[in-house]
Write a protein that binds this ligand. Sequence first.
Ligand SMILES: NC(=O)c1ccc[n+]([C@@H]2O[C@H](COP(=O)([O-])OP(=O)(O)OC[C@H]3O[C@@H](n4cnc5c(N)ncnc54)[C@H](O)[C@@H]3O)[C@@H](O)[C@H]2O)c1
Length: 284
Amino acid sequence: MNKETFAIIGYGSIGRRHAANLAGLRPRARIVKVDPARVPGVDFQDLAQCLAVYPSLAGALICSPHGEHLDALDTLTAVGIPVYLEKPVCSTAQYGNYKTYQRVSQISRRGVVVGMGFQYRYHAIAESLQELRDEIKQLDFVARDDLVTRYGPTVAETMGSHSIDLALWLLGPAYAVKLTSNGLTLTGHILHATGKVSNYDINMAAGPRGSTIAALRTNGTARVVPIDADEWMYQRCLADWLRLIDGAPSIRHRLALLHDGLAVQDVLGRVSALRHMKYSREAQ
Ligand SMILES: NC(=O)c1ccc[n+]([C@@H]2O[C@H](COP(=O)([O-])OP(=O)(O)OC[C@H]3O[C@@H](n4cnc5c(N)ncnc54)[C@H](O)[C@@H]3O)[C@@H](O)[C@H]2O)c1
């Protein structure tokens, strides 16, 4: 019998967590792992080897470092394999390059399902904010975290893209962007096409205090739901992607794949965020 097979591209920290969550969500699936590092559990050293054995994957999760994302995304979508892409879509070095933009546009026109690994929109606090989205005129992202040790020098790419995604999701697409980052800070604002504004005053190297989510919480606009958010958000984000692949009717009412809108929504060439989902017309 043909077993549904998924591939994890990059079997590091997040790749392992997604593999475990996927196994929980799809207990019958075969999950193969691709990683150049010869670590236990890895099945293939590169994507080409994997596709030679499994040309019709049910889906692939790209969990490699930022700079490797675009190549894998291109290869997989070219042969029609649905992708769950960890954020950000590319590194800052690649961003700002017109070729990158063209490449992303070309990929988006293929119409293959691409889900993004943005988790914060699945946080209970963000969901509470969503209920208030009509009333929200301005969102302030304020964080004073020491996340450098944990995420390294590209911390702004790693963490900043979450708050940008969250704002685009809640307040609508960007109309004008004025954001600056030195890799550790993210400051400025986005003026959204809806006339709303998101402000960023994020310093990722300022010593432990609140996180971006914690800052949202202290604004007092959202309910505080004490949960261990991480794994729960990862699972829900993954589950949404699986529903998209399956074409489950429940999700069609809520989400539509933006095959015409897959775009790098960037921010002064420093942090990339990929907006991949929108509310479908049917949902309104
Ligand atoms: N959505 C989230 O909340 C979240 C959380 C953590 C990480 N991430 C993203 O996931 C990505 C990976 O982060 P991580 O913390 O797991 O890093 P990591 O360093 O722990 O793992 C990356 C793995 O990819 C492998 N790799 C390198 N080049 C590869 C290639 N060409 N093909 C396949 N594998 C390759 C490495 O050997 C390594 O095992 C980053 O882009 C990061 O921003 C997202």
